[in-house]
Design a protein around this ligand. Sequence first.
Ligand SMILES: Nc1c(NC[C@H](O)[C@H](O)[C@H](O)CO)[nH]c(=O)[nH]c1=O
Ligand SMILES: CC(=O)[C@@H](O)COP(=O)(O)O
Length: 166
Amino acid sequence: MASELKNLSVFSTDNLPDIRHRRFAIVVAEWNAEVTEALFEGAYQTLLQYGALTENIVRGNVPGSFELSLGASWFAQRDEIDAVIALGCVIQGETKHNDYINHAVAQGLTNVGLQTGKPVIFGVLTPNNQQQAIDRAGGIHGNKGDEAAITAIKMLGLQQQVYSFK
Ligand SMILES: Nc1c(NC[C@H](O)[C@H](O)[C@H](O)CO)[nH]c(=O)[nH]c1=O
Ligand SMILES: CC(=O)[C@@H](O)COP(=O)(O)O
């Protein structure tokens, strides 16, 4: 498979913007907390590593990934928030329930970003089983939380470039 034995969290960190004064909301789904906590830790530490201040990062919990869109929307509508990172893990079950959640949250988070004009990052794992989730939350395939944080930073950099273009 394409992702076999690959660290999927390898990304360029060239030309990242100054984020000292940027404020981030991280919305975390409580379902599969062992995984989502690892995603949160990866996102939080990555934001700090690249210059965010602890006082400029706020966390909110939602029951499940389906609720990430509304939680993200509440934060994104606040003038004080510059970007939102949504973290969840939807593990395939016996029915199609995971498909409905995954499609709803992907579309929902997309809509929040488009409606607010702010980076709203899809940091939701959609694995077939627990091991695939663990492998992508600090395991052999990296940490989707790290990727989500870098994505938020990069999008703020693009936003800054767009709005400063003369
Ligand atoms: N099975 C998983 C869920 N299910 C709960 C939904 O996200 C939602 O909270 C419920 O349908 C009520 O609206 N959530 C996950 O994040 N991960 C799962 O594996
Ligand atoms: C993905 C989920 O919603 C989880 O509860 C598994 O549900 P099911 O086994 O009923 O498909």
